[in-house]
Design a protein around this ligand. Structure first.
Ligand code: UD1
Length: 383
């Protein structure tokens, strides 16, 4: 029996862990044992705990309760907590998702304990090292024994950084194995799409009609913590809702809520509050998010995951960033990079609303990434 220790800590990691846990439960129960550690990086129930319940992730065996702090303190606390757990559990590998501080801490701790690191969502790059996530993902990739790239672009990035994508077996930290596997988030979107329509009442609750609203999310630190960018984004959303007479639904991450309260221009904030078409709401569940994504006219976001979910549900997407890890969607014309420039955001909305020749190539695999990953874990990590 292969024993893996899976580390989660932030909302998107619960989503990815759900796909892996489900594959283990349904197909590999007799060959893989999973122990889950929640670092506690996200502690608000509607950012993490509710997602664990809703998505059917196995209950974490450990919670490090690290909470919010500086990057250094948060990372350090997770390292200290994980160190003891890895020693005690002695897993065959530590499985990490994505690019958060929980990912970085897991990679540092496991690799120093000579425990193989498995990085899921490897190879993604924004080529902007000012992003905390870029540092996390680069470090994690280079400390991993098995790397699973969701896209061909990810695979190419790893090759460009010196990884041998045809490395001979057996794999080790000095000779890592690299795989192109498709995207776990597609596994989930396929699995939950129908369930979500049955379980969510969000369209009724918010009095929304299909294709008659825009879904927007903002949480990247360089958008929330930079008042100029934050104000430009909110001005553009307000302007789109007024000029196009369309509802904009904006579930606010707690980080963004704090930033809005602290830095949004008072006049603009008052105008948004008086604008009945701007619906600013608390963070919502995964099912509600899927239902909003499926039914939106368009999506405007700085989230990595939502950029892709927009594509899964065939919705155009304005990306509130200057670069993306999912450039295939930009090059294919599904998504447009608009940064945090008011005019560019409005212009991108206009371009996408008038575009009729969208295509949806299979950039993210066939929805069976989790099964592929489990097979490779068994193949390459079992003694
Ligand atoms: C983190 C990840 C980011 C990911 C995002 C998903 C890092 C560096 N960033 O960003 O890649 O896209 O999660 O949501 O790991 N806060 C709360 N309640 C919480 C958690 C956070 O109020 O449960 C507030 C706190 O003010 C905190 C701030 O949000 O300081 C930032 O939280 P943090 O976990 O550091 O980063 P995120 O912005 O959530």
């Amino acid at each position: 029996m292969l024993k893996i220790l899976t580390v989660i800590g932030a909302r998107p990691q619960v989503i990815k862990a759900a796909a892996l846990s489900r594959a283990i439960r349904t197909n590999f129960q007799n060959s893989i044992q999973e122990v889950i550690v929640d670092t506690g990086q996200h502690y608000d129930a509607n950012l993490l705990k509710n997602f664990i319940d809703e998505l059917g992730v196995s209950v974490p065996a450990y919670n490090l309760n690290v909470g919010s702090d500086s990057h250094a303190a948060q990372t350090a606390k997770i390292i200290i907590g994980l160190d003891t757990i890895i020693e005690k559990e002695n897993p065959d590998a530590v499985v990490l998702f994505g690019d958060t501080n929980s990912t970085l801490s897991g990679a540092l701790t496991a690799s120093k304990l000579d425990c193989p690191v498995v990085h899921i969502e490897a190879g993604l790059r924004s080529f902007n090292r000012q992003m905390p996530e870029e540092i996390n993902r680069i470090a994690c990739d280079h400390l991993s024994t098995l790397l699973f790239a969701p896209t061909l672009g990810g695979l190419e990035n790893l090759e460009n950084e010196g990884f041998n994508i045809k490395a001979p077996i057996p794999y080790s930290l000095n000779n890592p194995g690299v795989f192109h596997c498709g995207d776990l988030m597609l596994d989930n979107s396929i699995y939950f799409a129908e369930l979500a329509e049955k379980n969510s009442s969000i369209l009724n609750d918010l009095e929304l009609r299909p294709n008659e609203f825009v879904l927007s999310t903002v949480h990247r630190d360089n958008n929330t913590d930079n008042p100029e960018r934050l104000n430009a984004i909110f001005r553009s959303l307000n302007q789109i809702s007024k000029s196009k007479k369309i509802t904009v639904v904006l579930p606010l991450h707690p980080r963004t809520k704090k930033a809005v309260d602290a830095s949004l221009n008072t006049e603009l904030y008052d105008d948004i509050k008086a604008n009945g078409l701007m619906k600013i709401i608390s963070p919502i569940s995964f099912m509600d998010t899927i239902v909003l994504e499926k039914n939106a006219q368009m999506i405007i976001t700085d989230s990595g995951g939502i950029q892709k979910e927009a594509f899964f549900f065939k919705k155009p997407c304005v990306v509130l960033r200057n670069e993306s890890e999912w450039m295939e969607l930009i090059h294919n014309g599904n998504n447009i990079l608009a940064g945090a420039d008011e005019q560019e955001i409005v212009a991108a909305y206009e371009v996408l609303i008038n575009k009729t020749d969208f295509t949806y190539p299979g950039f993210y695999g066939d929805g069976k990434a989790a099964i592929f990953i489990c097979q490779k874990l068994i193949e390459h990590l079992s003694e």
